[in-house]
Design a protein around this ligand. Structure first.
Ligand code: ZN
Ligand code: ZN
Length: 78
């Protein structure tokens, strides 16, 4: 399988991962690796992060979209 983003630019490059959000195959250059915390629910419905974090691999498009959501979330709580 080839990288979706590289193929869009006319360069067939072997993919090394699959975006966790959109499912596009991506090469190493186009892969964004971010920590992804699994959570458990503690007493009184409190959500607690479980260490260590798992891994989340996204393509550039989905990483940008997630960054935008995180920025809105942090802006809303500030
Ligand atoms: Zn690529
Ligand atoms: Zn994606």
């Amino acid at each position: 399988m080839n990288c979706f983003d590289c193929a869009s630019l006319g360069h067939p490059v072997d993919a090394v991962a699959v975006c966790a959000d959109c499912g596009a195959a991506i090469c190493h250059d186009h892969a964004h690796v971010a920590p992804h915390w699994l959570s458990r629910t503690a007493v009184i419905n409190r959500t607690v992060r479980v260490e260590p974090p798992a891994r989340m691999i996204r393509c550039g498009v989905c990483q940008l979209a997630d960054d935008a959501v995180q920025a809105i979330r942090h802006g809303a709580t500030a």
